[in-house]
Write a protein that binds this ligand. Structure first.
Ligand code: UDP
Length: 371
């Protein structure tokens, strides 16, 4: 089977640091190729993932532009997608397109007479109600969790081929690190991920907390400070920057709670794997939760609020803890020592390995190409 996997123009695959969807693609593609699928990857030129062919409209990831006003940024996804369309028009050896580009992917591909398309919905489907409420019928879709699909517009939910949970290569790598004392929140710094709640809890309990992740694409304290000091900088009033400055910074005391910016590669794995627990005080219905699956794979018990995909991934009392309130979350944080890291690792190997995800997608590819 020949599949064009469209990862979009935002970040390289695998991403150098933060990158939810690009991490999913980097996990899926090798497992598909091991199963005999030939993969043409549509991404940026700096992608290093081993594939059969790489096509791109941009040399580098366009993520830094993503926070610009819409009229300055809208051409990026379209330029990338125009490159994908040109490729699809120029050849007839592709059996399927597996698309991961939000909205622009299915909107453009639905107008094309080409190979069948499977579009994976990675997002909060309440976000673009007009689009998701009238989703193009010619495009097959799947979600990344049952809870995400449960909140989708009824027609989209009914048309979907179900949910395929996310996976991580860490599930079969047995990464280990010297256990540390810290708790961790690994993810974009933004209100939805709830770093301020984690910081409040840890400060109250006197527990060390590391916050890792970019703020609106800014990777370091120096980059954030520059934006904070320049009222004319396009990111100065960005909600994620304001969130960090107004609601997170007050907890950064240089002692218990620290923000280390974005981390990647081995440094990320070491920091993550040595944590006592990974906190997910999410303030939204998290659709997929790559970082939750990674925590399990590293033997780091996840402790989070009972929302979105978390109850599907975490088995309360066995592989992590789920709470309904901040107070309850704080109580469970104190009990992480009762959880067995090996049980977390086993769960990740069983449910969230690349091969489990690839087998599920192969089933969907068969269904879509047979239609
Ligand atoms: N991540 C990372 N470095 C960071 C912060 C996050 O490598 O500093 C990774 C994290 O390990 C995960 C991804 O970025 O693989 C975030 O994906 P998730 O689905 O958890 O969040 P979202 O896609 O909603 O941002």
């Amino acid at each position: 089977m020949n599949v064009l996997v469209n990862a979009g123009p935002w970040l390289a695959v695998p991403p150098p640091g933060y990158g939810g969807i690009e991490n999913v693609v980097a996990t899926l593609v090798p497992a598909l190729r091991e199963r005999g699928v030939r993969v043409v990857l549509a991404s940026v030129g700096s992608s290093t993932l081993e594939v059969d062919e790489l096509i791109s409209a941009y040399d580098e990831g366009q993520f830094p532009h993503l926070q610009k006003p819409y009229n300055q940024v809208m051409g990026i996804a379209h330029a990338h997608q125009a490159r994908v369309v040109a490729e699809l028009r120029a050849r007839d050896d592709l059996d399927l397109v597996h698309d991961h580009l939000e909205v622009v992917g299915p909107a453009v591909l639905s107008a094309l007479a080409g190979p069948p398309v499977l579009h994976t919905l990675h997002w909060d489907l309440c976000k673009h109600p007009a689009f998701y409420g009238a989703f193009p019928q010619s495009i097959a879709v799947n979600g990344v969790s049952e809870s995400q699909l449960a909140r989708a517009p009824a027609a989209l939910r009914d048309a979907s081929l179900g949910a395929v949970h996310l996976a991580t290569p860490l599930a079969c790598q047995d990464v280990r690190a010297e256990p540390g004392e810290h708790l961790i929140v690994m993810g974009r710094v933004c209100r939805l991920k709830g770093q301020h709640v984690a910081a409040r809890i840890c400060q109250k309990l006197g527990l060390p907390l590391v916050l890792a992740g970019p703020v609106s694409g800014l990777q370091t304290r120096a980059e954030l400070d520059q934006v904070a000091q320049d009222p004319d900088h396009p990111l100065h009033g960005h909600p994620d920057v304001r969130y960090h400055l107004d609601q997170v910074s007050r907890y950064l005391d240089g002692d218990l709670v620290s923000w280390i910016g974005a981390v990647g590669g081995q440094a990320r794995d070491d920091l993550y794997a040595s944590a006592r627990a990974a906190l997910f005080p999410i303030q939204w219905d998290e659709p997929g939760g790559t970082a939750v699956v990674e925590a399990l794979a590293l033997g780091v018990p996840p402790v989070g609020l009972r929302r979105g995909c978390l109850p599907e991934i975490i088995d309360h009392g066995r592989t992590g803890f789920l709470a309904d309130t901040e107070e309850e979350l704080a109580e469970w944080v104190l009990r992480v020592g009762e959880l067995d890291p090996e049980e977390c690792r086993r769960e990740a190997r069983r449910r969230f390995s690349p091969s489990v995800m690839a087998e599920r997608y192969l089933e969907l590819y068969e269904t879509v190409t047979r239609r």
